[in-house]
Write a protein that binds this ligand. Structure first.
Ligand code: BGC
Length: 556
């Protein structure tokens, strides 16, 4: 087992078991971050080369989306081998070097783990296909006999999360289940071999220096499929809040994470998990308990409108929930699955089904309704300055520190996301937030790599590049850097007090006289007294302009 403290380069990383509670975590989607070897795909060496940049941001940790061998049918969330590096992205030695560089810069590493499904190229799945019905190899997955005389019909009419059927035939009357793309067969987590193998994987990466794990679809692993399967309509009618839904958020899923916790606790400091669990907010804390993964994503602000009452309720609720679970909450506005928040806030409020509506807007390429690009970025910066002042950990997705917009007009033939192909074409998919990072103002791929970018970058990427913003006062990059640096200095305990204010204004105080004030309205309001530490936009003459957040220090 690797002890980080044994290595002098890791001296910056104290063995603090609570490092994650208030961490600012930067998500890297490796294929789209930096390409060091010129194959058009970002890689681990690219990340290592950018460690000085990461360090200059003032983040505490990196969350690395999957970098395992994969056909990239779902951007790497289709894993062929959980204990290796995709040759397109590098080698295990490159991984070790990257960890060394990150740790040397005082940055921890959270790796993504994908337990709900393997890829269809995983050796277990190949073995399952080559083995007969009822064999131990098939028992690692969810195989069922098809209906009809020769099993030619699917076992049920279930629809996969990415669209299209959730069952795929294998040619002998049996079908396998997949929540996501057909290249992502679901594992059967009642199978002991499956359970044991993941414990091995957790130790494998922990031994190599991973400090934590982001757990993909954490609420989906436990399933209980009756002999007679319900229809999709019957499934849809079932409530998901009792822990007894056959597919989602079942109570026994926590038995899996209790085993994982035992592995996490073999390390010093203990490894940490953060669950991606799209569950009822009241049930989220189970994933975040100290006997489980430790932390869970809360996507509530991401789904909210730019509106003070929604923000306040969400913040208050999640702080209370996390405290009840002995955890700290997580905040996030953008990631590799959703429309970037600079663009979400450039569009009219979304109503109920935020995520889908966000994508639907992009069907028009942002022309109907017309995206208010300037206003979107202004609101995104104001919201970000709220997030970075909240107790708990804050997740920043690569490129948001540049104010990158969602790329809405990717030609169909260049699209990669399975949601686009399986919908088919109705959902534009998630490629628009996965376009390779612009590092320089010009050049084929704006400095992403010598062989161009694997998704087309719009012209605006040059003026939004790191090079264009570096050292420029008021740029979004420098705005993030200042906020992250100040957050380090100001963030002490996990308390927050509300201060009653104008109905358009959200105002809270953190310890040390740190005041956070956002004017969600469009008209200026009086700026509260105090030393101006930071602001999301220009502030002059004692007024707080509309759609602007300030950080103030005041004795009260
Ligand atoms: C990941 C997605 C992925 C899906 C299936 C998610 O929640 O964040 O990117 O497509 O899991 O693995």
């Amino acid at each position: 087992m690797t002890d980080l403290l044994e290595s002098p380069t890791h001296a910056l990383l104290a063995a603090d078991p609570d490092w994650w509670r208030q961490a600012a975590v930067y998500q890297i989607y490796p294929r789209s971050f930096a390409d060091s070897d010129g194959d058009g795909i970002g890689d681990l060496r690219g990340i290592t080369e950018k460690v000085p940049y990461l360090s200059s941001l003032g983040i505490d940790a990196v969350w690395l989306s999957p970098f395992y061998p994969s056909a990239l049918a779902d951007g790497g969330y289709d894993v062929d081998d959980y204990r290796d590096v995709d040759p397109k992205l590098g080698t295990l030695a490159d991984f070790d070097e990257m960890v060394e560089a990150l740790h040397g810069a005082g940055i921890r590493l959270i790796v993504d783990i994908v337990p709900n499904h393997t890829s269809d190229r995983h050796e277990w799945f190949r073995e399952a296909l080559a083995s007969p019905k009822g064999s131990p190899a098939r028992a690692r997955y969810i195989f069922r006999d098809g209906k009809g005389e020769n099993g030619e019909l699917p076992p049920s009419d279930w629809v996969s999360t990415f669209g299209g059927p959730a069952w795929e035939p294998v040619g002998d009357g049996q079908w396998y289940m997949h929540y996501f793309a057909k290249e992502q067969p679901d594992l059967d987590w009642t199978n002991q071999e499956v359970r044991d193998d993941f414990l091995k994987t957790l130790r494998f990466w922990s031994d190599r220096g991973a400090d934590g794990f982001r757990v993909d679809v954490a609420h989906g692993c436990a399933k209980d499929l009756p002999e007679e399967l319900p229809s999709q309509a019957e499934l849809d009618a079932l409530e998901r809040t009792s822990g007894t839904h056959p597919l989602w958020d079942r109570d026994e899923v926590h038995e899996i994470y209790a085993e994982w916790r035992n592995v996490f606790n073999e390390y010093d400091p203990p490894r940490v998990g953060v669950a991606e669990a799209w569950v009822d907010p009241e049930r989220r804390s189970r994933y975040a308990s100290a006997e489980g993964l430790g932390q869970a994503f809360n996507f509530d602000l991401l789904e909210a409108d730019f509106e003070p009452q929604q923000f306040r309720e969400i913040i208050a609720f999640n702080l209370a929930e996390a405290a009840g679970a002995g955890s700290s909450t997580t905040w996030v506005f953008s990631n590799h699955d959703v429309v970037r928040h600079a663009t979400r806030y450039a569009l009219p409020p979304r109503g109920e089904d935020t995520k889908k509506a966000g994508n639907a807007w992009l069907l028009s390429g942002g022309t109907d309704p017309v995206a208010d690009v300037e206003g979107g970025l202004r609101r995104a910066r104001a919201a970000t300055l709220v997030m970075l002042a909240l107790p708990g950990s804050a997740y920043v997705y690569q490129g948001e520190e540049l104010g990158l917009p969602e790329v809405a007009d990717i030609p169909d033939e260049a699209r990669q996301d399975p949601t686009f192909f399986r919908s088919p074409g109705v959902d534009k998919g998630r490629d628009g937030c996965r376009v390779p990072m612009p590092w320089t103002t010009s050049g084929d791929s704006y400095g992403f790599g010598p062989a161009g970018a694997h998704l087309p970058q719009p012209a605006v990427y040059g003026e939004l590049s790191v090079e264009a913003q570096e050292g420029v006062a008021g740029s979004t990059l420098e705005f993030y850097r200042t906020a992250l640096r100040l957050r380090h200095e100001l963030q002490t305990d996990e308390t927050l007090d509300w201060i009653e204010s104008d109905p358009h204004v959200l105002h809270f105080r953190r310890p040390g006289g740190w005041h956070v004030v956002t004017n969600f309205g469009t008209e200026p309001v009086a700026l509260p007294a105090g030393e101006l530490l930071h602001s999301s936009g220009p502030v002059e003459g004692g007024a707080l302009p509309g759609e602007t957040t300030v950080w103030l220090r005041s004795a009260e």
